[in-house]
Design a protein around this ligand. Structure first.
Ligand code: TZP
Length: 237
């Protein structure tokens, strides 16, 4: 299968912890989020064993395929291979991108977490398809986050990429992550993806969100509200 063309605009990252998921079923919540319009799903589970990861990823892949949404698995290249889903997301402490590319081939999506220009440069050179840039804002969902870089930190990375000569830096996609919710998503979108012609030249392709969708009482409504906000210019300059 060829690498799919991906709409990164509303990128859901799952969280199976009690604080976010509570008693609910992960697959049901993700199914509702897809019905609400999320465009990518990343299955992120730092604690389950390999058997559970593969079983859950297979279930998630079925509903993602039904909704025509790519499924990315956090950290685990082996799970991607076992399930046949669309790609992997690698943190700075996970397998390096060059090795993952050798194992997965050209047709899978590889995403990388980056917090600095240096990390972005390394990820792009190694062949990442997209960057998860963050942490944008402090968030209770990930308390051990390395660096909170804010809008300006993300702008600097986008600006750096815009000024590189190689094609890879121009075509790499990007989402921001950390603390994005319904109260700030329009501002984030318009600060990092301004109307054409203004800076930065390279714009953010989407926002990655955990709690504002996963912990919502109605994940479908939360996702469709975020989607509407993303598509609506904010009432400020
Ligand atoms: N990486 C950086 S912040 C974060 C991850 C996985 C969690 C973001 O969660 P939320 O609930 O969208 O702030």
């Amino acid at each position: 299968m060829q690498k799919p063309l991906v709409d990164y605009s509303l990128y859901l990252v799952t969280d199976s912890t009690e604080a976010i998921l509570g008693e609910r079923n992960l697959v049901d919540v993700v199914e509702q989020a897809i019905a609400g319009g999320v465009t990518v799903v990343q299955y992120r589970d730092k604690t389950s064993d390999t058997g559970v990861l593969i079983h859950t990823a297979k279930e998630l892949h079925k509903i993602c395929q039904k909704g025509n949404v790519p499924l990315i698995v956090n950290d685990r290249v082996d799970v991607v291979l076992a399930v046949g889903c669309e790609g992997v997301h690698l943190g700075q402490d996970d397998m390096d991108i060059v090795t993952a590319r050798k194992i997965l081939g050209q047709d899978k999506i590889i995403g990388a977490t980056v917090s600095s220009i240096k990390e972005a440069q390394v990820a792009v050179e190694a062949g990442a398809d997209y960057l998860g840039i963050g942490t944008l804002y402090a968030t209770a969902t990930k308390k051990d986050t390395k660096s909170i870089i804010g809008i300006n930190g993300i702008r600097k990375i986008l600006y750096y990429l815009s000024h590189q000569k190689d094609d890879a830096a121009q075509i790499v996609k990007s989402v921001c992550i950390g603390g994005v919710n319904a109260s700030n998503v329009q501002r984030v979108r318009y600060q990092l993806h301004p109307p054409s012609g203004s800076q930065p030249q390279k714009v953010l392709d989407g926002v990655a969100i955990v709690s504002a969708i996963m912990a919502a009482e109605h994940p479908q409504a939360a996702a469709s509200h975020l989607k509407l906000l993303l598509d609506t210019p904010p009432p400020f300059k």
